[in-house]
Design a protein around this ligand. Structure first.
Ligand code: ATP
Length: 191
């Protein structure tokens, strides 16, 4: 049975933290594929207008080029509005009724899980997988959620940090793939 990982986020822009998570998740969970799910509008960032989807998608495609086990699913962007995880998870549960589904989240989201839309249903449909942040100790899952923590590879990089660096004129080499850094320069994003 194909084990499927789901990785939602703004990816504004995608960075090496995301890519290392992808690699760790594939190895530790023995995933057949990992699906990146760029959000139209994150429920956690109501005050921030994300970069228009075509720009974020271009960077994601560059970052994932050649990674045959990674997919980009644009369904949240097509739906538009606020992107709720349960809507996407229902779609996967319907299309892949036998497949174990794993949903990746940053450790910062863990305490808030019971407040996510349709929390009870969500907890029954997916196993949550927590991505460690540097220096963050493992915490238990709040009921009724079940899940596990990934071991690798904690990296203290965030999209907001990348955007701030570009705005300040600082280099983003080694924080995003070279092709992504070049595209950010060429499209004049985050200035
Ligand atoms: P921002 O800085 O704009 O809040 P972000 O870097 O957290 O963005 P998102 O696209 O919101 O990026 O992240 C998608 C998911 O990946 C979230 O669950 C987030 O917690 C997680 N994540 C992002 N960066 C890291 C990282 N360096 N290590 C572990 N998890 C991360």
């Amino acid at each position: 049975m194909e084990r499927i990982g789901l990785f939602g986020g703004s990816f504004d822009p995608v960075h090496l933290g995301h890519l290392l998570v992808a690699q760790a998740a594939r190895e530790e969970l023995d995933l057949a594929r990992l699906v990146f799910l760029p959000a139209a509008q994150s429920p956690f960032k109501p005050d921030r207008q994300p970069t228009p989807a075509p720009g974020r998608l271009r960077l994601l495609r560059l970052a994932l080029a050649g990674k045959t086990w990674c997919d980009i699913d644009e369904q949240e962007i097509r739906r538009g509005g606020v992107s709720y995880t349960i809507d996407t998870v229902r779609d996967y549960a319907l299309r892949f009724p036998q497949a174990p589904l794993f949903y990746l989240i940053g450790a910062d989201h863990l305490p808030q899980l019971p407040k996510w839309r349709a929390a009870e249903e969500l907890a029954g449909r997916v196993e949550f997988v927590v991505i460690p942040r540097p220096g963050q100790a493992e915490q238990p899952f709040p009921a009724p959620f079940r899940g596990r923590w990934l071991a690798g590879f904690p990296l203290g990089v965030s999209s907001s940090q990348i955007r701030a660096r570009v705005k300040a004129g600082w280099p983003i080499d080694h924080l995003v793939p070279d092709r992504v850094a070049e595209a950010i320069r060429n499209y004049r994003l985050y200035l």
